[in-house]
Design a protein around this ligand. Sequence first.
Ligand code: NIG
Ligand code: FE
Length: 429
Amino acid sequence: MIDQGNLLIKNCSEIVTCSGFSAKKGKEMSDLKVIPNGALVIEGGIIKAVGKSKEISERFNGESYEVIDASGKSVLPGFVDSHTHFVFGGYRAEEFCWRLNGISYMDIMQRGGGILNTVKATRAASKKELFQEGLKRLDSMLSFGVTTVEGKSGYGLDCETEIKQLEVMEELDRTHPISIVKTFLGAHVLPEEYNKGKEDQFIDDIIIKVLPIVVERKLAEFCDVFCEKNVFSIEQSRRLLLEAKKRGMKVKLHADEIVPFGGAELAAELGAVSADHLLKASEKGIEKISQAGVIATLLPGTAFSLKEPYPKARTMIEKECAVALASDMNPGSCYTESIPLIFALATIYMDMTVEETVSALTINGAAALNREKTIGSIDVGKQGDIIILEFPSYHYIPYHLGVSCVEKVIKKGRIVFDKERKEQKYVRR
Ligand code: NIG
Ligand code: FE
């Protein structure tokens, strides 16, 4: 555990609190509850007070705290990247170039490339190698202001490697300041040991042989499945996720990414915490997740990288969905940790407002990980996970195209990244 910090951040040009303890739905996403000339206090890693600078300096004596003068700087909650596959072996740069030449993601996958390519490399990699690579990727995420990240297994597809991936994430969580929320994605694709058509048997094997270990050893909080044509059917996905729920896990789905498939409808039926991708989700599916309170997690980096049309964020927001945004960082469909890229795509191509985008990357990202009560906003009682920008307003985030405006990252009240420091920019636990 990180030492718990006592910190006073004063004279902030604004504090973008994103205040709230539940997901923001539809129009609520536009209300960021900004405090101009703000200050905040963190004690023992937890936010103790937030308000106008003048009021806070009257109430709190600077001598008991490390003090940051944030004059001319905007302060926000740390970003929550709620969908990634950041622990993997090997790279697929060649496949990326094939896609640039017009071969589709699914074609590459059906020829035994794609996810299976990464499965081979991940099985071959040692825990140490996966750990070292994971650490570098987390450092990169931290520099973009991410303070909590979700990570999925799914590049093992056998019991041993699935557990290896989850254990590496556990170790990274103990080592790196970014908090890691683990998801079991054992049903990512049919592994080579199973002939095509044996999907049902593979799902049975996961249920009987792998899921009980994951649950018993508390290796993951969520269970996810790639519910897609030619991958796992609605029925297979339902069977696995119901079993996971029965064993006390929360569920998520890769839903309606490549073709309209009914994944959103299934997410609503199962009371999933989130339905992710949704590029091809039907109007009916969108209505159902809205009614069921399932978070719509959109991954515009993947649509961009696959040259697919973007998910219909405006329709979702009009239908009162809670929309989250995430990177989907993975070695195939979207190899990026860049929050500024996701910000640019959401605002410029998906017509989300800057305010909606901030909500989607903070409080709604937290809700997509079932952590809306503890992170995702600057509220008294929440964890002191904060970012300080180099600029006076959050409007600079999309305006400074593709470049990170994050100057400092604070995790549980301690400065863990500082762009201005020449040495020791990153602080480990
Ligand atoms: O979210 N769609 C399935 N899974 C990942 C891609 C994984 C890969 O290509 O390695 C996704 O896009
Ligand atoms: Fe994904």
